[in-house]
Ligand binder design. Structure first.
Ligand SMILES: Cc1cc2nc3c(=O)[nH]c(=O)nc-3n(C[C@H](O)[C@H](O)[C@H](O)COP(=O)(O)OP(=O)(O)OC[C@H]3O[C@@H](n4cnc5c(N)ncnc54)[C@H](O)[C@@H]3O)c2cc1C
Length: 360
């Protein structure tokens, strides 16, 4: 019997396993193959791969430095915000670390202590909760297995099967389908571009230069229209003068956007949630890696004092993060209201002047 079973080895799950692995008997379950036997990289999460300053601060406070091979290029120092219908654009200084998300997740799992029973290609299917523990049903490389644990942590991301199965009625954050496509381009942009266009989405779209290609993406309302909206977005980009060529490499993922702090759910009884499974993610920028780290640290601190009463401590430890979600929602009220956004961008508040190098 394990003390703790963690479902999902993304930034949240891998961090929790790293912090608790020497104190408890832990099972870490990951459905993906993160690293292959020949040392090659396995499948990567569909992600922009930008480490925002908050995530960088968390790495600093956790005493971690980033290995060089996790970095992608170019490193970016500004975001170019484009209000498409109003044809206004501004640059804002923002020091992002441009990373290879697959390598980043793989690196985080290498930090998990050897005492943790870490299983990849292992899919969590369902569980039964009893007074004396939880029975978990897994499919490991296609073989069905049953294990037992005292508590189970859902770190299984936006689509959390665990949250859907055990707490289907708890209010969930608003959801989006994020579509991303890797494209070839003759010009390599020196900044991250965020595009606001209500005709495409009530959230935002992006272009990220990465390792010689452009990552073009958009967070769209779910449904049959998502793919059509993405095509329209690319057409509009071409009309705006962006040159790129699709290579047929497209990925999609669910993305959450908590509109109230009450939509974030830390758990109950023997089940707790961290990272995006709980709903921890910025509603204004969709930055989720720092929230995955912060919630994992908050839960690790709560569990570090023992299993009894850990839910109360975890909830208390995340008070600041809850206030952060409220603040980001206030910010979103300005960013995503067309008139307010237009006024702020027209004013040039906090923007920087950028002189682009002349084309040869
Ligand atoms: C298109 C897109 C772009 C984004 N760009 C950025 C960005 O640039 N910067 C940023 O900070 N955030 C970004 N985010 C958000 C960020 O990716 C997430 O918020 C963050 O990864 C959450 O970490 P997590 O550990 O909670 O979940 P995840 O990273 O989603 O990890 C969950 C893990 O659980 C595993 N899992 C799921 N279900 C099961 C199961 N049933 N059994 C076993 N394992 C399971 C998954 O394989 C995965 O490895 C983006 C999100 C999307 C969709």
């Amino acid at each position: 019997m394990y003390d703790i079973a963690i479902i999902g080895a993304g930034p949240a799950g891998a961090t929790l396993a790293r912090l608790l692995g020497t104190h408890y008997k832990i099972l870490l379950v990951e459905k993906k193959t993160l690293s292959l036997p020949d040392g090659q990289q396995g499948s990567a999460k569909c992600c922009g791969g930008l480490l925002a300053p908050d995530a960088q601060r968390m790495l600093a406070t956790m005493g971690l430095g980033l290995p060089r091979d996790v970095l992608a290029g170019p490193q970016l120092f500004a975001v170019r915000a484009i209000d498409v219908p109003n044809r206004i654009e501004r640059y804002y200084q923002r020091p992002y670390l441009n990373i290879d998300r697959g390598k980043f997740d793989q690196w985080l799992t290498t930090l998990v202590p050897p005492g943790v029973d870490a299983r990849q290609s292992c899919f969590f299917r369902s569980l039964d909760i009893a007074d004396d523990g939880v029975t978990i049903h897994l499919a490991e490389s296609g073989v069905l297995r049953t294990v037992r644990a005292g508590i189970v942590i859902g770190a299984d991301g936006a689509f959390s099967l665990l949250r859907k199965q055990v707490f289907p009625l708890h209010p969930a954050p608003k959801s989006y389908v994020a579509i991303q496509e890797w494209c070839a381009s003759p010009e390599m942009l020196p900044h991250f571009i965020a595009l606001f266009d209500p005709e495409i989405t009530d959230f935002y779209s992006w272009i990220i230069p990465k390792d010689g290609r452009l990552l073009i993406g958009s967070a769209l309302r779910p449904g049959d229209q998502a793919s059509t909206q993405f095509s329209l977005f690319k057409t509009k980009l071409r009309d705006m003068g962006f040159a790129f060529e699709e290579k047929g490499e497209r990925a999609g993922a669910l993305l959450l956007r908590p509109q109230r702090a009450s939509q974030v759910f830390t758990g109950e009884g023997r089940i707790a949630f961290i990272g995006e499974a709980a709903g921890w993610i910025s509603p204004s920028s969709a930055e989720g890696i720092s929230y995955a780290f912060r919630s994992a640290v908050a839960l690790a601190d709560a569990l570090g004092q023992g299993l009894d009463g850990f839910q109360k401590r975890y909830h208390r430890n995340t008070g600041k993060l809850r206030r952060n979600i409220r603040r980001k929602n206030c910010k979103a009220q300005v960013m995503y209201r067309p008139l307010l956004r237009k006024l702020v961008m027209q004013s040039g508040l906090r923007s920087i002047d950028v002189r682009l190098p002349e084309q040869p």
